[in-house]
Design a binder for this molecule. Structure first.
Ligand SMILES: C[S@@+](CC[C@H](N)C(=O)[O-])C[C@H]1O[C@@H](n2cnc3c(N)ncnc32)[C@H](O)[C@@H]1O
Length: 220
């Protein structure tokens, strides 16, 4: 069964999109997009032969070979120009950043780019802000005890985001839905536990002020 994280990603792909999944690994996401009728055509891309062979096996077993094309390439360098939605998920921010920057001039071909970095999501948002792109949707998903933030962007011009928006997410802050509030609660709890164990006063105060910041966001 597909993970909750990948399933959530699939719900953020616009209906009818020609999607490309970069770093597809097992190609679970492309198969989900086809099986749920979200896409009629998907490009499953990976830089390494092993994962792509695994992807081909999954695609064939799912009966999706006619709709999913596998491509061996770094990033989206060989993705055809008809793709209009890109997903880059399950990697560190530095890898995602390299993929985005390597073919920067082609980013505007995508109506929506879904980014899910396993770490440093604030750096991801800072990059989006520095490049004056727009965050159109965000989601928090808890999967197997781990929190993931999904950031959907477009290349439409945006004047930039505030430090608070970069840290917590402009859409998440505005919407403050139940998932985001529960996400904040988990972070507060985790930080309270860390603060109770930290002996360095400076570090402890930093953590406590972050807890305070999150409590204020929660309440306003
Ligand atoms: C941890 S898996 C993530 C799989 C899937 N995207 C997910 O979210 O579950 C990372 C995959 O990205 C591939 N990868 C790493 N760097 C890449 C790059 N520069 N371009 C394309 N694929 C890359 C790896 O070969 C690997 O299969």
């Amino acid at each position: 069964m597909i993970s909750k994280r990948l399933r959530t990603l699939s719900t953020l792909v616009p209906q009818g999109a020609i999607a490309c999944d970069i770093g597809t690994d097992h190609a679970y996401l492309p198969c989900e997009l086809i099986k749920r009728g979200i896409s009629q055509k998907v490009y499953a891309c990976d830089i390494a032969k092993g994962p792509l062979q695994q992807a081909e096996k999954t695609i064939s077993e799912a009966g999706c070979s006619a709709q999913i094309e596998t491509i061996l390439c770094p990033g989206f360098s060989k993705v055809p120009t008809d793709a209009n939605c890109m997903i880059i998920a399950g990697m560190g921010w530095k890898t995602i950043e390299m993929i985005l920057e390597n073919d920067y001039d082609r980013l505007s071909q995508f109506n929506r780019i879904l980014l899910q970095s396993n770490r440093d999501v604030n750096q991801l948002r800072a990059w989006v802000s520095e490049h004056h792109m727009t965050i159109v949707e965000e989601k928090v998903v808890e999967d197997m005890g781990k929190d993931y933030e999904i950031v959907c962007i477009t290349t439409d011009v945006h004047e930039g985001y505030t430090p608070e928006e970069i840290k917590y997410g402009p859409v998440l802050l505005k919407r403050k839905d139940q998932e985001f509030l529960e996400f904040l609660d988990r972070k507060i709890k985790k930080n309270e536990l860390i603060a109770s164990k930290v002996t360095d006063e400076h570090k402890k105060n930093q953590i406590l002020s972050e807890i305070d910041e999150m409590k204020q966001i929660r309440q306003r």
